[in-house]
Ligand binder design. Structure first.
Ligand SMILES: [Zn+2]
Length: 212
């Protein structure tokens, strides 16, 4: 079972994947909602997984990891870059929200850093979790530490790529159109049609052949 919790701040999706009463947390953007939902469902989380290092996806990472005492899985570059307000972009978070929504945030955002991930990998990583196969693959371009997470050869968690109706964004600090074109675009294009796409913002959807 996959549940999506969108944080109120800038509507960054956090996904909870449940199996046998246990859960994975992808992108802990909204700690209180995550903890409330897990408590309500009675699910015990095993791991936190990060799609990439940007502040809106790790907003409550420290709160959630401390609350449950569970390890974090991320690419090495993501793990490195969550540790600085410059590279996690929390230094310019309010400006980014303004550009995205056209409105000033209701309260000033925090500038914050996170600790390194416990489990890191450079380019790829695989794991089987409670009968589900996961493949992690670094796909730079949006950010150096961005990762595509494929689950059971039928679902993908894409972070800030493949957001429904929006072009992929490579213009933020740390982004690289060159890496995107060379490394990432072929990977995204190769995701089979009919895969379920779970992006970091907006609705999930089924991939079609003619669109990303
Ligand atoms: Zn991002």
């Amino acid at each position: 079972m996959i549940e999506c919790i969108a944080s109120e701040r800038i509507e960054t999706n956090c996904y909870l994947i449940e199996e046998e009463g246990h859960a994975l947390i992808i992108d802990p953007s909204c700690g209180k909602f995550i903890i409330d939902k897990l408590t309500e469902k009675g699910w015990e989380p095993d791991y936190i997984i990060l799609t990439h290092e940007h502040y809106d996806h790790i907003w409550d990472l420290e709160e959630v990891r401390d609350h449950y005492g569970i390890p974090v899985i991320a690419s090495s570059l993501c793990s490195e870059r969550v540790q600085s307000i410059q590279t996690n972009l929390s230094s310019i978070g309010d400006i980014l929200i303004y550009f995205k929504t056209g409105e000033e945030p209701s309260e000033p955002g925090k500038r914050f850093t996170c600790r390194a991930a416990e489990i890191t990998f450079d380019e790829t990583y695989t794991m089987n979790w409670r009968g589900h196969d996961f493949e992690f693959q670094r796909i730079p371009g949006h950010s150096p530490g961005s990762v595509l997470i494929t689950m059971d050869q039928n679902s993908v968690f894409t972070g800030d790529y493949m957001i429904y109706g929006e072009p992929d964004m490579t213009r933020l600090k740390g982004g690289s159109k060159k890496d995107y074109d060379r490394i990432t675009l072929p990977v995204l294009d190769a995701i089979p049609a009919d895969f379920h796409v779970y992006p970091g913002h907006g609705p999930d959807y089924i991939k079609k052949n003619d669109t990303k």
